[in-house]
Design a protein around this ligand. Structure first.
Ligand SMILES: Cc1cc2nc3c(=O)[nH]c(=O)nc-3n(C[C@H](O)[C@H](O)[C@H](O)COP(=O)(O)O)c2cc1C
Length: 369
């Protein structure tokens, strides 16, 4: 079953054994204080590692100001690097491949998590909806502070430093999170970016910070170990863009010129899947729209099931498919798909925060028998 998913493919010079990728999944279970990956995180990733399979970690804040939810892991302190090292080693022991997702949330945060500072953003425009506070409460988002022009190169530099830290932890590569309404998408989209300097206005200007970051991260890791995640037509976290086709056509072509190893697209039908069950109708299929202008590996995510993922690979619409919610509930997802075995159902109540329940206690096939 789902035969097309079980053939090798390449990410840069790395050869992957199958096309079932673990999507980046925030789980808010890092050790406190310090947002440090800990032993239950090691167990969780070890369980989900497979020989030649790609894991993309949960979003990991590149700096203290980049954090948007409590207990998400960072990649800016030496303790965090050590914590991640144990995760990487566990995945490598199973001959898996692991990329770290570099994350800055921008306005999708709360001052209680930022030493009392207001969240930062391209413009002083509040996001709709509710933030998590440092104590897991939900409060309306605060109006962010617009970044000064002079502050932006320092943020680019934070990405470079975070990539260096990821390299030191032993990661095989990194994925730049430029999707889902977080800082980089806030710069990309006109609804959240009303700047009048070289980082706002024209499409070229709105894409500038993303391309600057991609360039410095490629310098650290080599372009063949860098991917990027985008969500064209996405609406997560109050995101919206009036002309996505023109914007993403330009951006993806520029990223292609940098020769990034892969492009990871979130299908808009699944926009906001982290918050609620969604299947948006009458929305474009991003992997179909942008396949033609992306020369390297294309990964897509969003409401894929084993049969639809296999069909998408077979049709050469994508090279690999990332699974989010199904990977939460099925630590041995690739094996189950290969065997056509039944899948465990996920429990949304335990997605965010807590301990091992709903995290490392989903059974493998062997444990069910
Ligand atoms: C609990 C949860 C946490 C998520 N965290 C992240 C994240 O840290 N970074 C990211 O890019 N996407 C994140 N997402 C989005 C998923 O990577 C994925 O795109 C989405 O769940 C749709 O795929 P699925 O239908 O296979 O679940 C998250 C989704 C869920 C359900």
């Amino acid at each position: 079953m789902a035969q097309a998913l079980f053939s090798p493919f390449k990410i840069g010079k790395l050869t992957l054994a199958h096309r079932i990728v673990m999507a980046p999944l925030t789980r808010m279970r890092a050790a406190q204080p310090g947002n440090i990956p800990q032993s239950i995180n090691v167990d969780y990733y070890r369980q989900r590692a497979s020989k030649g399979g790609l894991i993309i970690t949960e979003g990991s804040q590149i700096s203290p100001m980049a954090q948007g939810m409590p207990a998400t892991p960072g990649i800016h302190s030496s303790a965090q690097i050590e914590g991640w090292k144990a995760v990487v080693d566990a995945v490598h022991e199973k001959e898996g491949i692991i990329f770290l997702q570099l994350w800055h949330v921008g306005r999708i945060s709360h001052s209680s998590m930022l030493s009392g500072n207001l969240p930062i953003a391209p413009s002083s425009i509040v996001a709709p909806g509710k933030a998590f506070t440092a104590t897991f409460e939900r409060m309306p988002f605060e109006t962010p502070r617009a970044l000064e022009t002079e502050e932006i190169p320092a943020i680019v530099e934070e990405y470079a430093l975070a990539a260096k830290n990821a390299k030191q932890a032993g990661f095989d590569g990194v994925e730049i999170h430029a999707a889902n309404g977080y800082l980089l998408e806030q710069f990309l989209h006109s609804s959240s970016n009303q700047r009048t300097d070289q980082y706002g206005g024209s499409i070229e200007n709105r894409c500038r910070i993303v391309l600057d970051i991609a360039a410095v991260v490629c310098e650290v890791f080599g372009a063949d170990r860098v991917g990027i995640r985008l969500s064209p037509y996405g609406i997560a976290n109050g995101s919206s863009e009036e002309d996505p086709m023109t914007l993403y056509d330009y951006l993806i072509k520029q990223l292609a010129a940098l020769n990034l190893a892969y492009l990871h697209l979130i299908e808009p039908r699944a926009s906001g899947a982290g918050q609620e069950e969604v299947n948006h109708q009458n929305v474009p299929l991003s992997s179909e729209l942008f396949r033609a202008i992306w020369p390297n590996t294309l990964i897509a995510a969003g409401n894929y099931k084993p049969d639809t993922a296999s069909a998408a690979v077979e049709a050469k619409q994508v090279d690999a498919v990332a699974f989010g919610r199904l990977f939460i509930a099925n630590p041995d997802l690739p094996k189950r798909v290969e065997k056509g075995a039944p899948l465990n159902a996920y429990n949304r109540a335990t997605f965010y925060g807590g301990g091992t329940e709903g995290y490392t206690d989903y059974p493998t096939l062997e444990q069910v028998k």
